[in-house]
Every structure is written in structure tokens, then in C-alpha cells.
Write a protein that binds this ligand. Structure first.
Ligand SMILES: Cc1cc2nc3c(=O)[nH]c(=O)nc-3n(C[C@H](O)[C@H](O)[C@H](O)COP(=O)(O)O)c2cc1C
Length: 201
């Protein structure tokens, strides 16, 4: 339970602790086990590792400089508005690996090709932001399992981040996560009681 109950947003990290790439990739792979709408996995990450890369987003952050100055990595989460392009790869790989039978692959692919013809862009965006949020939460908990901490960062200029990082517009920004070795205890934060947040019917 402590993975969940003791998580806090951490904004100051030990500057000298760099998470090695293999470990970070392992954490990302586990977090990518998060569910996504129709398993289309639209979440894409731009991982800022070098100081040079981090400096590119400094001007477009609203506050959040301490995380930028101290975190091991900044993970910029995007959602791919062209997510349907990977449907064949996802369902054919699942079939080749024996995860799904041919009938499931065929029915999923034909369903997706129908949906793709009429789906509004707003739904793709909405679902993508949800999927990206689920990845983000899972990553924050996986990071704790590995002994690291995180801060979700929504305080950045969404209309400028693609240009700052030279990322095509078919990737839509969702959220940034800072990750690293904590160098503070963070703040306790209040949660509303269930009487404000839950309705049983
Ligand atoms: C979508 C989202 C955006 C956030 N943006 C920022 C941010 O820009 N800067 C920051 O310091 N914290 C940010 N936070 C962290 C929240 O302030 C924090 O989660 C909340 O106060 C609860 O504290 P806790 O995470 O320690 O439990 C964000 C959290 C979420 C979920």
C-alpha cells in the first residue's frame, strides 16, 4: 500500500543521480502495460535526458524550474492522433505471438477500419489524453517501485511544446513527468472525504 499512500509529488531531486537508460526503459515498458482504448496504445514519449534537450523547454514552462534543474529526466507524454496507423502492427503481432486467435485479429481490424472512417478527431484526442493519463499514473507508481519519485507537470505552454522539441503536430501533448531520486520529503496533501466524491446508487 505504501507505493500508493506515500507517493507525493517531488519537485527537488538529487542532481548527481542519473537513472540509467536500461532501468528507465524497463520502467517505461512496465508503465506501458497500462490499458488503452481498444489497445491502440497511442502514448508516445519524448524523454529529455541531456541538459541541452532540457533547456529547449525551459522558456515554455510555467514555473517548474526546480524540477527541470534537478530531475534525472523529463518525460514529455504525447498522444498520437494517427494511432490507427499502428493497428495492423498491434493485432498482427498479437496473432503471431499466439496471444489472440485469427478470428479476434480479423474482427478487431475490421472494426477499427470502420471506426477510423467516421471517428471525430475530438474523440481521438479525448481518448488519447485519457490513455496518456493512465500511462502517467502507472509510471509514477512504477518509479516508486524502483526507488524514484516523480512530479506530474501540466504547467507548460501546450501550443509551443511541439515547436520547442521539433515534434510533428500529429503528436498532441498530454503531460510532463519529472523523475529522479528524491531530495526532499514533499508536502502532505489533503484529500476530500468520500462524501464529496462518491455516489452509491
Ligand atoms: C494534471 C496535473 C498537472 C500538474 N501540474 C503540476 C505542475 O505544473 N507543477 C507542479 O509542481 N505540480 C503539478 N501537479 C502536481 C499536483 O500539484 C499534485 O499532484 C497535487 O497537489 C497533489 O499532491 P501529491 O501529488 O503530492 O499527492 C500536477 C498534477 C496533475 C495531476
Amino acid at each position: 500500500m505504501s507505493i500508493f499512500l506515500d507517493r507525493r509529488s517531488i519537485r527537488k531531486y538529487k542532481k548527481d543521480v542519473k537513472i540509467d537508460k536500461n532501468t528507465l526503459n524497463e520502467m517505461i515498458e512496465v508503465a506501458m502495460r497500462a490499458p488503452s482504448s481498444m489497445n491502440l496504445q497511442p502514448t508516445r514519449l519524448v524523454v529529455l535526458e541531456s541538459n541541452e534537450a532540457k533547456e529547449k523547454i525551459r522558456p515554455i514552462l510555467f514555473g517548474n524550474q526546480l524540477q527541470l534543474d534537478t530531475a534525472s529526466h523529463f518525460i514529455v507524454i504525447f498522444t498520437d492522433l494517427n494511432k490507427y496507423d499502428k493497428a495492423d502492427k498491434i493485432f498482427k503481432s498479437a496473432f503471431d505471438l499466439g496471444i489472440i486467435p485469427k478470428e479476434v485479429m480479423d474482427s478487431q481490424l475490421s472494426r477499427i477500419s470502420e471506426i477510423k472512417k467516421t471517428v471525430p478527431e475530438t474523440k481521438v484526442l479525448h481518448d488519447g489524453i485519457l490513455d496518456g493519463g493512465l500511462f502517467a499514473m502507472q509510471f509514477m507508481l512504477v518509479a516508486r517501485e524502483y526507488g524514484y519519485d516523480t512530479c506530474p507537470i501540466g504547467g507548460f505552454n501546450r501550443s509551443l511544446i511541439n515547436e520547442a522539441l521539433n515534434i510533428d503536430k500529429h503528436l498532441h501533448p498530454v503531460l510532463i513527468l519529472s523523475v529522479g531520486k528524491s531530495d526532499e520529503s514533499g508536502y502532505q496533501s489533503y484529500r476530500l472525504p468520500l462524501s464529496d466524491t462518491v455516489i452509491y446508487k
